[in-house]
Design a protein around this ligand. Structure first.
Ligand code: ADP
Length: 160
């Protein structure tokens, strides 16, 4: 069985991430969206909040699950028996970065990284850009985020 992990920060999940999840779910038997716990930076959402948001968004994809990854992605993959890492590529900058991490992960463990190209309409979407425009009062975020994430982000920013 081909099991893949799509690791990332997902702070929060965007339409770009969701497109990669949907496409990867058609390639692999099982896809685990892995929420990384970054020790250096705290996100706007906690790992548990991100997990709940992603779970509700991917509820219609039966072979997709969501997990929080505390340590190295390759260690987590070993525990769950996953052989593939999925990542998304928006531009040349992503490519340079992804090539480096793929090299490191490949040196650490016998895993294969599969890079999927972002759809053109998602190429400019990043979690940080969406947070920035939402903080400045942008209201129509539907082109960037799934509906449940729009609601969660607006609630979170009002509380601050
Ligand atoms: P990280 O901090 O690990 O890069 P992100 O949540 O920013 O976490 O991104 C996770 C993965 O999703 C990365 O491979 C990134 O390139 C990809 N990604 C981010 N935004 C998009 C998008 N709009 N379209 C396609 N892939 C994306």
């Amino acid at each position: 069985m081909k099991i893949a992990v799509f690791p990332g920060s997902f702070d929060p999940l965007t339409n770009g991430h969701l497109d990669i999840i949907e496409r990867a779910s058609k390639i692999f038997d099982q896809l685990i969206v892995g929420i990384g716990v970054n020790t250096n930076k705290t996100g706007l959402f906690t790992p548990a909040e991100k997990k709940a948001l992603i779970e509700s968004t991917v509820a219609d994809l039966p072979n997709v699950s969501v997990a929080i990854i505390e340590g190295l992605t390759v260690q987590f993959m070993d525990e769950v028996g996953a052989q593939f890492i999925v990542r998304g590529l928006r531009n040349a900058k992503d490519f340079e970065y992804e090539r480096d991490i793929a090299g490191v992960n490949g040196a650490l463990s016998d895993v294969e990284t599969v890079l999927l190209l972002a759809k053109s309409e998602n190429q400019n979407i990043s979690s940080s850009m969406v947070k920035e425009i939402a903080k400045m009062g942008a209201e129509n975020l539907d082109a960037f985020l799934p509906e449940t994430v729009v609601v969660a982000l607006q609630e979170r920013l009002q509380m601050k």
